[in-house]
Design a protein around this ligand. Structure first.
Ligand SMILES: [Zn+2]
Length: 389
């Protein structure tokens, strides 16, 4: 993070690229030493012919084919009603709340329950100040001349919930999403990702059509809105066949379907667009349902984790799974694909991993393994030694 800040001072434009290359929460020291290993104990590859062979890190958790992530903005009590529907269809969301406005005081108990059910609370600032156009002067006055909106809102979430970290931010009214000084402040506050709401005056926010990870994590778009017309927009997006067709398009290519809503611009009921769309996209066995912040955290974990065979006694295969990321921020599991004989048992840091049948993948930190013939999908928290017996 220090590097991000200094490069910002030198050249503002460099920050965007730096954020992805040099993520938040890289820690010093030798990750192998933390596992009690020396570098010379690593093996270049498994001895041949090896009974157990590492194939790859899977693109998504549990080798899912595609991802669904949902975000919902604003501190309105109706958010909690929407969460009940999400839970009915196994959709996981980032709930972006403004921590000093709206119904927030009444919402904390429900938000704490949502966290326990696998949702994430993100920051939507403290006061949700909006004023068009978002001049540099407005962005400075609102977000960088004061710690209150970006850092204070983070601290409010940490104080009112037991969520261990605040990974995601969302720009109120989408304002200042391209402002480099605001990006630098977000990095300083430790946010991994910030969601935009692009060009609401011209309905640019309705279908930004992002179908994978954003290039700039501090100006991250989404696939589409699912909501009625509201705010200063001219259109909503509520036609169920159209909504579902966009999901199908992303699903077919194995992408990330990211949809956002405002609870105050929904209709509730089984025959209404919101519930019908969630019924269509929810409960699929080959989809990973995950909140946005944890999805981006996962990407960093996958990119920075190494898997290397380690010397081991005969009849045992060992692999070091390690990275240089702060485990207090990166709570994610990743999935490693191996080939292994039938009946092989898997241990992580000496403890047996539970075997799971194919089921719903709607969490991001669980540990288990799953068999498909000779293939083992091992889902673990990194910075461990895996052992196959
Ligand atoms: Zn908002």
């Amino acid at each position: 993070m220090r590097q991000i800040i200094s490069s910002f001072i030198l050249a503002g434009a460099a920050v965007v690229a730096m954020a992805a290359d040099n993520p938040i929460g890289v820690i010093g020291g030798d990750p192998l030493a933390r596992l009690g290993l020396r570098r010379e104990q690593l093996r270049e590859s498994s001895p041949q012919p090896a009974a157990v062979r590492f194939v790859k890190k899977t693109q998504y958790l549990n080798n899912a084919h595609a991802v669904v992530t949902h975000t919902m903005d604003d501190s309105a009590k109706l958010v909690l009603r929407a969460v009940e529907l999400m839970d009915k269809y196994d959709i996981k969301a980032t709930l972006f709340v403004s921590t000093r406005t709206g119904d927030i005081a009444e919402m904390w108990p429900g938000l704490r329950m949502a966290i326990a059910n696998g949702h994430e609370i993100g920051s939507h600032s403290r006061t949700h100040t909006c004023s068009w156009p978002d001049t540099a002067a407005f962005c400075a006055k609102t977000y960088t001349d004061t710690d209150s909106e970006i850092i204070g809102s983070r601290d409010d979430i940490l104080k009112n919930t037991d969520q261990p970290y605040v990974w995601a931010f969302c720009y109120p009214c989408g304002l200042c999403a391209t402002n480099q000084a605001v990006h630098e402040m977000l990095a300083r506050a430790g946010y991994l990702v910030a969601r935009n709401y692009p060009d609401e005056p011209h309905d640019g926010h309705v279908v930004p059509n992002l179908q994978t990870y954003a290039k700039d994590w501090y100006n991250a778009a989404y696939t589409q809105v699912v909501q009625k017309v509201g705010g200063i927009a001219k259109h909503g997006n509520t036609d169920v066949p159209t909504l579902n067709a966009k999901f199908d398009e992303v699903y077919k290519r194995g992408g990330i379907y990211s949809f956002m809503s405002h609870s105050q611009w929904l209709d509730f009921g089984p025959d209404q667009f919101y519930q019908r769309h969630m019924a269509y996209i929810g409960g699929r066995r080959d989809v990973w349902y995950v909140p946005m912040g944890l999805l981006y955290a996962y990407k960093t974990v996958v990119d920075r984790t190494q898997v290397r065979p380690v010397e081991a006694p005969a009849q045992v295969a060992r692999f070091a799974v390690f990275n240089d990321l702060d485990p207090k921020i990166y709570l994610n599991s990743i999935t490693l694909q191996f080939t292994a004989p039938a009946k092989t048992r898997v241990f992580s840091s000496g403890k047996p991993l539970a075997e799971r049948e194919t089921g719903l993948t709607d969490r991001w930190g669980d540990e288990y393994f799953r068999r498909e013939g000779e293939t083992l999908y091992v889902t673990v928290r990194p910075n461990t030694i895996l052992e196959f017996r």
